[in-house]
Design a protein around this ligand. Structure first.
Ligand SMILES: Cc1cc2nc3c(=O)[nH]c(=O)nc-3n(C[C@H](O)[C@H](O)[C@H](O)COP(=O)(O)O)c2cc1C
Length: 320
């Protein structure tokens, strides 16, 4: 059974449309402490929705794998959690952070932050329903007047939750202003279970600073790891007091881009995979010369061979 008090390094954040099985396996291979699935609806699981199941298969490679569920009712969340056990997760993660109106409109995701008692009840129902550990991903609160993270954190801990990952923004703030390290520090102070800080971490130095500032036990990285899984090794080295490993070469990055896109095609079929790859690939192109042309090519990816052509274009603009 996974012991969150023994984990070190950075976890790979759940991201709908991005933390699919190929991404999870690559992040794990490059040193993520654990990975989490894209969020799935507990209600859809109870209806036996097939598309939902497809998001969960493929596991998390060589690191522990969590499945994230969202919902607004303790009973449905408990049933959903039981139903995902067939995908062999090492733990279940509860989404209390998603800001999307289609999720919050139903009272789920970050809307839960308005009701700490309900958060506690959902956490308790899920903890009781499954034999694996349960973690929670939360935000600072709903808005500036409803900053509830410490209360929610305490209730989750009392319900038997094993770890909290705190995105340091309210729902109202979505993804825009800088995160508030103060709320992560407050959660760390309020509970005894491990706390991960999350939001806008792009380098090992960012992770180090957040850990020093907040006392959090580790970090969770989402967008900063896309196209840059080498960040996990850099953070591990930083935490161990070792020198920063040499960063990737352009060839390393392009080889990995093609490997990830190929794995997506194998997993989902070329059509759906290539549509999804358009976003994933953009992250590999950050900072390269020829940005406008590369972006156009990435937006038009339709077949796997288009990804190979894109890589040739990258070399044309960036070598010699
Ligand atoms: C496209 C996208 C999809 C996301 N999907 C989820 C999700 O399914 N579940 C979740 O808890 N958070 C989700 N998030 C939030 C991230 O897990 C993370 O909290 C946020 O991006 C801040 O971290 P970062 O700056 O390291 O990316 C998503 C974020 C993005 C950008």
């Amino acid at each position: 059974m996974i012991d969150f008090t023994q984990l070190s390094g950075a976890a790979f954040a759940p991201m709908a449309g991005l933390s699919d099985a190929p991404a999870r396996r690559i992040m794990a291979e490059y040193g993520a402490a654990y990975t989490v699935s894209e969020m799935v609806s507990a209600k859809a699981l109870t209806y036996g929705d097939r598309k939902t199941g497809a998001l969960l298969s493929g596991g998390g490679g060589c690191a522990p794998y969590g499945i994230q569920i969202f919902g607004a009712e303790p009973q449905t969340m408990a049933e959903g959690a039981k139903l995902v056990l067939k995908y062999n997760p090492d733990f279940i993660d509860i989404n209390m952070g998603c800001p999307a109106p289609k999720i919050t409109g139903g009272g789920a995701g970050s809307a839960l932050m308005r009701d700490p008692a309900l958060c506690g009840a959902i956490a308790e129902a899920v903890v009781k329903a499954v034999p694996v550990p349960v973690t929670v991903k939360l935000r600072k609160g709903w808005d500036a007047d409803t900053v509830t993270c410490t209360e929610v954190a305490k209730r989750c801990e009392a319900a038997g939750v094993s770890l909290l990952a705190v995105h340091g923004r309210t729902r109202e703030e979505m993804y825009t202003p800088p995160i508030d390290p103060g709320c992560i520090a407050a959660v760390k102070q309020a509970v005894g279970i491990p706390v991960l800080g999350n939001g806008d971490l792009l380098t090992a130095a960012d992770a180090k600073q957040l850990m020093a500032e907040t006392g959090c036990d580790g970090v969770m990285i989402g967008r900063g790891a896309l196209g840059n899984p080498w960040l996990f090794a850099e953070i591990k080295a930083m935490l161990a007091g070792q020198p920063t490993p040499a960063g990737p070469t352009l060839k390393d990055r392009m080889d990995l881009l093609l490997r990830q896109v190929y794995a997506m095609c194998e997993e989902k079929g070329e059509g759906p995979a290539m549509r999804q790859a358009r976003t994933q690939v953009m992250y590999f192109l950050k900072g390269l010369h020829g940005a406008a042309e590369l972006r156009r090519a990435a937006c038009g990816l339709t077949y796997y061979r288009d990804a190979e052509e894109l890589v040739r274009l990258v070399y044309r603009h960036n070598v010699g």
